[in-house]
Design a protein around this ligand. Structure first.
Ligand SMILES: Nc1nc2c(ncn2[C@@H]2O[C@H](COP(=O)(O)OP(=O)(O)OP(=O)(O)O)[C@@H](O)[C@H]2O)c(=O)[nH]1
Length: 601
């Protein structure tokens, strides 16, 4: 082991949302003197606006801290941040693979949550030393002993000596630093072997191109070296290597055990895939590091500009976002109802919402989106197989032999008083009960198999509202399974509205069809004529509502008097019109397309 390796500690922080990960990270940065409080505009690690507003961590980043421990030695502590949501599990696993240890932060008043457990298992799978830390001990409701016992009981790691801290009040932060030095193993790896560097993150900088965050596992990397991306299969010349100090700090070289970045004239984050291995072209490693996976989009939806003339702006926005997000897919599509837009693929629902929000906020484009869909496998009667991510592309039912849908393993942690409500919800969503374990007297981990298409609409919302926000939820894709699925179409005044079609289990089609017809009846304003709203499978109508014809005109309310009021009403009606979509001869408000997604009663 080199001297530098013996002084290096690479670690990450695992925590459930709101348990204090960012606050602790800030404390560590402040207490090691990397940045003063004044330099930190807000929390350092969560640096996207949306992340901050929603209080979630999406992009991972790293930071290098220098800490002189009680033993008088200066240590290099590389803190690698991990994203905190189920959609980004693969990225979490790769950033954990770049570390030797993980701090497990648990809120001393809340205890362990489902998401935390999933990440702890990821850390243990990557052979990390997991170090429990109990936060928020300043709260009156904190019960550290209960939380320690819970950690031991649920995860099976020793927790009685866990540091008791308050990240917010700055209590016992030093103990955390000393614990990192004492318990996180130093990195090993031959500094003279052929280069193997793991990419655990990358981002696009408009002036410098792609900056890739890497962990050197073996060998060394320096400026001027020619490198290969082993999975992607492309070569680049290294322009700069460096570490994450207060900003990017160039260094001479990075060696086995180091965490840092490279800049190599790379124009697209697609060439720096998370999990890929970098090696030296002239002296390549015989094999890549384990664990690389090409991430696949699981959730798809159509995204259309509310104002059809902004199609090009939307295209531009998507291409800019994709520069920084290799897992965002998009391709142009046309909808009879919505005009020109894009079919987009996402890792999951949250990823989808983040992208939609960024387009609306950062690029100022109002959007209409279609119901999200998972990707189905279709086996045709002639034996051919293909994937369908857009219900409109489903072939004629007579050509379909069978269809398969993705199934997930879900784990839900919930206080036992809500157990019944959660089981009922899972049952309604075609769940198959697997197991149930009591974490302590009053809390349960429930495991269910659930079809992904049952959780992408409003499962989170339904779970939250039925447990008053107390349940936490996590899932993993398990397999594809044959299922009796049908395409449900919606017709307005006899015309099929392609943007409202979706795929659903046969047994749920009628109920869903009726609900949607009802919702649309509420959302679509009366017009001059009567409008039938129908839900149909093929030619068979399974539900029907009628929007009655309008009787009064808007001005009738004005009693002929106040002219300014009359103007106002007309203006309002005009503005309302702009946000309408013409479907055949029916005007449909944009909100109707979204409203049909929220169906939980
Ligand atoms: N009372 C108390 N509050 C704390 C402590 N640490 C963090 N908090 C508060 O808990 C909330 C969540 O803290 P964050 O650090 O943003 O949580 P996080 O785990 O990073 O959350 P994500 O970024 O969403 O993953 C904030 O309002 C903090 O001020 C603590 O030690 N005591």
């Amino acid at each position: 082991m080199s001297d530098k390796q013996s002084r290096t500690r690479n670690f990450s922080i695992i925590a459930h949302i709101d348990h204090g990960k960012s606050t602790l990270a800030d404390r560590l940065i402040e207490d090691t003197g990397l940045m003063s409080k004044r330099d930190m505009s807000a929390q350092f690690l969560d640096n996207m606006d949306i992340e901050r507003e929603r209080g979630i961590t999406i992009k991972l980043q790293a930071v290098r801290l220098l800490y002189t421990a009680k033993d008088g030695i200066e240590y290099i502590l590389n803190l690698i941040d991990t994203p905190g949501h189920v959609d980004f599990t693969y990225e979490v696993s790769r950033s954990l693979a770049a570390c030797e240890g993980a701090l497990l932060i648990v809120d001393g008043s809340q205890g362990i949550e489902a998401q935390t457990i999933a990440n702890v298992y990821l850390a243990l799978d990557n052979d990390l030393e997991v170090i429990p830390i109990i936060n928020k001990i300043d709260l009156l409701s904190a019960d550290p002993q209960r939380v320690k016992d819970e950690i031991e009981h649920v995860i099976g790691i020793e927790a009685q000596n866990a540091p008791l801290i308050s990240a917010k009040a700055g209590i016992n932060i030093n103990e955390v630093l000393e614990t990192i030095v004492a318990r996180v193993p130093a990195p090993t790896g031959d500094v003279n072997g052929p280069l193997q560097a793991l990419i655990f993150d990358s981002y696009y900088d408009q002036y410098r191109g792609v900056i890739a965050s890497i962990r050197i596992v073996q060998g060394r990397i320096r400026k001027g070296m020619k490198i290969d991306m082993m999975a992607v299969g492309k070569s680049f010349d290294v322009d700069e290597v460096g570490v994450f100090a207060n900003g990017l700090l160039p260094v001479e070289e990075l060696t086995a055990g180091d965490v840092g970045y490279i800049n190599a004239g790379i124009k697209n984050v697609k060439d720096t895939r998370v999990g890929d291995t970098i090696t030296e072209t002239l002296n390549p490693a015989p094999e890549a590091l384990p664990g690389y996976k090409k991430v696949t989009s699981m959730v798809f939806c159509g995204i259309y500009p509310a104002d059809g003339s902004r199609f090009e702006d939307l295209k531009d926005a998507l291409s800019k976002l994709q520069l920084n997000d290799a897992s965002l897919l998009y391709e142009a599509e046309t909808s009879m109802a919505l005009g020109f837009g894009f079919r987009c693929g996402f890792l999951g629902l949250l990823h989808m919402e983040i992208i939609q929000e960024r387009i609306e906020r950062e690029f100022n484009i109002d959007l209409v989106t279609t119901a999200p869909s998972v990707i189905y496998k279709v086996i045709k009667t002639d034996g051919t197989e293909f994937w369908v991510d857009n219900p409109s592309n489903l072939p004629d039912p007579v050509e379909v032999k069978s269809m398969e849908e993705p199934i997930v393993d879900a784990s839900i942690m919930v206080p036992s008083e809500y157990l019944g409500a959660v089981m009922e919800l899972c049952q309604e969503r075609r769940g198959t009960y697997l197991t149930m374990d009591y974490v302590e007297e009053s809390r349960v981990i429930l495991k269910y198999e659930l079809p992904l298409n049952e959780i992408i609409y409003d499962f989170f919302d339904a779970l939250k509202s039925r447990t008053r926000g107390y349940a936490s939820f996590d899932y993993d894709i398990k397999e594809y399974r044959t299922s009796n699925l049908v395409k449900l179409d919606i017709l307005l005044n006899g015309e099929l509205v392609d943007a409202l079609s979706f795929i659903v289990h046969r047994d749920k089609a009628e109920g869903r069809g009726r609900l949607i017809a009802k919702k649309l009846k509420q959302e679509i304003p009366r017009q001059m004529f009567e409008i039938p709203v129908q839900a149909a499978i093929g030619n068979k109508v399974i539900a029907r509502e009628t929007i009655k014809a309008m009787r009064k005109d808007v001005l009738a309310k004005c009693y002929g008097g106040d002219i300014s009021r009359k103007h106002k009403l007309l203006e309002k009606q005009k503005a309302g019109k702009k946000r309408m979509r013409q479907v055949g001869n029916v005007e449909v408000p944009q909100e109707a397309f979204m409203a049909v997604l929220k169906l939980d009663s």
